[in-house]
Write a protein that binds this ligand. Structure first.
Ligand code: CA
Ligand code: CA
Ligand code: CA
Length: 493
């Protein structure tokens, strides 16, 4: 009898501990809510026997970006509430681990970008075939950073996290003495990139301002993706904020002279947080100086002439930056962003030969910059979002180091293969369905038939905002309106 009582008490204690420890409601919800109820993701017939897709996480609110901190840990940015959510071993934790105060979340504003500097460190531990550019002969190893700066800084055992968000800044010194309505009127908005350290459990700490960028007029074309390369350079993209009057949108003196001062929009900014001044001296416009154009911040720019972008990634084989760019009523683009890239907006969108009577001489080509055509484009915009080089061999040689692209208009996942020089798209190898593929030789999707030939998977009803190669080697897709993460794996035989 005594033994039985001890047994029952032990059982009660264990049950209580388990219920308290796990977020039980969340656990049950994800357990009884399997894929049956929803439309299946449809993988292109070429890959449908070798590739599987499953729902990995749900319950996010308007997620914009995600980053793997280690193999089993993902951090996700939620646009409207400014929350950073933690996913551990496939379970979304109930409470946000960090929240941005005074978030401005109008339309395309909000908490938009997240990246982790520790990603490459973790990758080295988990993947034996990791390519180390610091020891390769590729130009980036000599161009991008002195040896001492090559590794991202890791503060003790902490992770280093970067966030891109739109912030309301109140002009009043005493916010408590004015009523709420007045408070709303009395603010300005800015886009900010902050660095934090994270111990893996608690909230972020040690906030450090890295970039302070405009957000007005807005609230569209606000960019928001951030990316770190293997040399510790941090890239952030911002669109034209709906104002196209300045040098950076290729108006030499300003479309309207009175407001011709460049406002640091339509650019990709590159900084190195491990340098005190933040500015890598090899930035392409580092020495640019002109009183005419008033480009006081040119030394931070890596590229300009960008309308808007929701996607950037770095080719794991070359270290080169690629981005996506959103056209107005025509031409969404994929670009190889070489240092000093001018994408052509607002004079050119899509390939230059498709812009009647516009030539490079119509652009503002600053010293150290160059115009180049997109590597691929869609004549009818798809609302192109993220671009991701699949930095893993787990899904097969065929997909490794090639690009996946998402969209917000259709919920399609596109796939394209990079050419042998890693400088463009190999369209013949990219076409997923044979027959009548001549239309894609011009590297422009002109109609539905051409569109179908580059769709890897469709049916992401929540539309795609981010794509990441997991540190486990699988491919992860973040969907916006329904707040989910899908995992793409090799099919079990
Ligand atoms: Ca362009
Ligand atoms: Ca075409
Ligand atoms: Ca991504």
């Amino acid at each position: 009898m005594k033994r039985f009582v001890i047994f029952v008490i032990t059982l009660i204690v264990i049950t209580f501990a388990v219920v308290k420890y796990f977020d039980y409601s969340l656990f049950i919800e994800s357990y009884i809510n399997p894929l049956q109820n929803q439309k299946q993701i449809e993988i292109n017939s070429k890959y449908k026997d070798s590739i599987d897709v499953d729902l990995y996480v749900e319950g996010l609110s308007f997620p914009t970006s995600m980053t793997f901190v280690d193999k089993n840990t993902i951090l996700v940015s939620e646009k409207d509430q400014g929350n950073v959510r933690l996913i551990s071993n496939g379970i979304l934790q109930k409470d946000p681990i960090y929240t941005i105060k005074n978030i401005s979340n109008e339309k395309e504003q909000g908490l938009l970008g997240i990246t982790s500097a520790s990603k490459y460190e973790s990758k080295k531990e988990t993947q034996a075939d990791y390519l180390d550019f610091s020891s390769s002969s590729h130009p980036i190893s000599t161009m991008d950073a002195p040896t001492s700066l090559r590794e991202p800084i890791i503060h003790d055992s902490n992770h280093v996290i970067y966030l891109y968000f739109t912030e309301k800044i109140y002009k009043s010194r005493d916010n408590y003495s004015i009523d709420v309505q007045q408070k709303e009127l009395n603010h300005t908005i800015r886009n900010k990139v902050y660095e934090y350290t994270w111990d893996g459990i608690g909230p972020f700490s040690n906030p450090r301002l890295i970039m302070d960028m405009p957000a007005e007029p807005g609230p569209y074309h606000n960019g928001g993706k951030i990316r770190m390369d293997k040399s510790g350079n941090l890239y952030a993209v911002i669109g034209d904020l709906t104002a196209t009057n300045n040098t950076l949108q290729n108006y030499p003196q300003g479309k309207n002279q009175s407001i011709s001062i460049p406002n640091n929009s339509s650019v990709i900014i590159r900084v190195n947080p491990s340098i005190e001044s933040l500015i890598p001296s090899h930035n392409p416009l580092y020495s640019y100086n002109s009183n005419n154009t008033k480009l006081n911040f040119a030394k931070y720019y890596y590229a300009y002439g960008i309308r808007n972008s929701f996607g950037m990634d770095i080719d794991p084989l070359t270290g080169k930056l690629w981005n996506t760019e959103n056209g107005e009523d025509s031409y969404d683009e994929i670009n190889l962003v070489q240092p000093g890239f001018n994408s052509g907006w607002s004079k050119i969108m899509g390939p230059i030969q498709r812009n009647n009577n516009t030539s490079v001489s119509d652009l503002v080509v600053l010293n150290g910059s160059h115009y180049s055509d997109p590597e691929f484009s869609w004549r009818v915009p798809i609302g192109v979002t993220d671009i991701e080089f699949l930095d893993s061999s787990l899904l097969g040689d065929d997909l490794e180091n090639n690009i996946f692209i998402g969209d917000i208009n259709n919920g399609n996942l596109y796939f394209l293969k990079i050419d042998s020089n890693r400088s463009g798209i190999n369209i013949n190898n990219s076409v997923l369905e044979r027959g009548n593929e001549k239309g894609l030789q011009d590297l422009v999707v002109d109609n539905k038939d051409e569109l179908e030939k580059v769709i890897f998977a469709k049916g992401f009803d929540g539309r795609i905002t981010d794509i990441e190669t997991g540190l486990d080697g699988n491919l992860y897709i973040l969907t916006y309106f329904d707040g989910k993460i899908y995992r793409i794996t090799r099919a079990e035989k």
